[in-house]
Design a protein around this ligand. Structure first.
Ligand code: CUA
Length: 343
């Protein structure tokens, strides 16, 4: 492979990131050249010609001052709005994205498909389909970096971060860890294999024996006896989990949170952090009893409980999970005063 100035453009966002970069480079180069030329020109044009020469004082110049205020302001606003729009696009996975889970540790990447396939330092994905990554770390901070996709996202212990990409052409692309994480940080590398959809389906069907994430999660749910309290008919001492995923949950504190992956993870590992309204803080912590991969299996299992077709919005859900809450509040879970009840 020959030398290239920029990495290959292999994802939908890579073109937009590069266009923005070219624009920033062009602006920077234009003004650098302009300033250096002006310095050279003025130092010659207005050089001191004799010892007795006195320069005449200049008292402002309104058109000039307006120009050097308005032009940079306009340029920085273009950079800001353009950059923000690319950032928003890059940080919001489309709804139809397929889900991949990533667990980082010193010094490897563990990747899981919801169908059950597990990979180490390799990830197979189909071309032309958005892929959403939900990532966490078992130890220190790592960073998931695929230059060809222009994707880089920190992977943090104790919480989930997400990113997404959509490959545009089949190929084999470098995966790096981009956050110094210890002795073998430089060896924490891998490959992304972007495949034609039918090749991907063939690859995927090669390893179904292990059971899907949700199936393994159901086993774990039974092993941990979660069902003793979380009864599917809502009669248990703890909230019914059927249909929970994606809903807004009314908490005892008055706040409303959206039941996403991070909420479910926290509820397993720190059950007392967010108590659902109408329930007692009975649940023990499962911190140390369940691995991050086990938590992901449980999350997928709970998500799968919400996919029952034909269940209308809100039915079959405990009253505590079924309050009428405007959807817009869900994005600010910590803002306890934003619920309608407290207004
Ligand atoms: Cu993991 Cu650097």
């Amino acid at each position: 492979m020959g030398f290239r100035l920029f990495p290959e453009q292999a994802s939908t966002i890579s073109f937009e990131v590069d266009h923005l970069l070219y624009f920033l480079l062009a602006v920077a180069i234009f003004f650098t050249v302009l300033i250096f030329c002006a310095i050279i020109f003025f130092s010659i044009r207005y050089r001191r010609r004799s010892d007795r020469e006195l320069p005449h004082a200049v008292h402002g110049g309104l058109p000039l001052e307006i120009a050097w205020s308005v032009i940079p302001f306009g340029l920085t606003m273009v950079m800001f709005t353009w950059g923000a729009s690319v950032f928003f696009k890059e940080s919001r996975p489309p709804d139809n994205a397929m889900q991949i889970y990533v667990v980082a540790k010193q010094w490897m990447w563990k990747l899981q498909h919801i169908e059950g396939q597990r990979e180490i330092n390799e990830l197979h994905i189909p071309v032309g389909r958005p892929v959403r990554l939900t990532m966490t770390s078992e130890d220190v901070i790592h960073s998931f970096f695929v230059p060809a996709f222009r994707t880089k996202q920190d992977v943090l212990p104790g919480r989930y971060t997400t990113t997404w990409f959509q490959a545009v052409k089949p190929g084999k692309y470098h995966l790096f860890c981009a956050e110094y994480c210890g002795t073998k940080h430089s060896g924490m590398i891998g490959w992304i294999y972007a495949m034609e959809p039918r090749d991907y389906e063939a690859w995927l069907s090669g390893g179904r024996a292990m059971g899907s994430l949700a199936e393994n999660g159901e086993k774990l749910f039974d092993d941990l006896a979660c069902g003793n309290c979380h009864k599917p008919d809502g009669s248990g001492r703890c909230p019914n989990l059927v249909g929970l995923y994606g809903k807004n949950v009314q908490l005892a504190s008055g706040a409303v949170v959206k039941a996403d992956e991070a909420y479910i993870r926290e509820s397993i590992l720190q059950p007392t952090a967010k108590i659902v309204a109408g329930y007692q803080p009975l649940m023990p912590t499962f911190q140390g009893l369940v691995t991050e991969e086990g938590v992901l299996q449980l999350v997928e299992y709970i998500k799968s409980l919400g996919e029952k077709p034909g269940v209308p919005e809100g039915s079959g859900v405990t009253p505590a999970l079924n309050r009428e809450v405007p959807n817009t509040q869900a994005t600010r879970p910590s803002n306890a005063t934003s619920t309608p009840r407290n207004r």
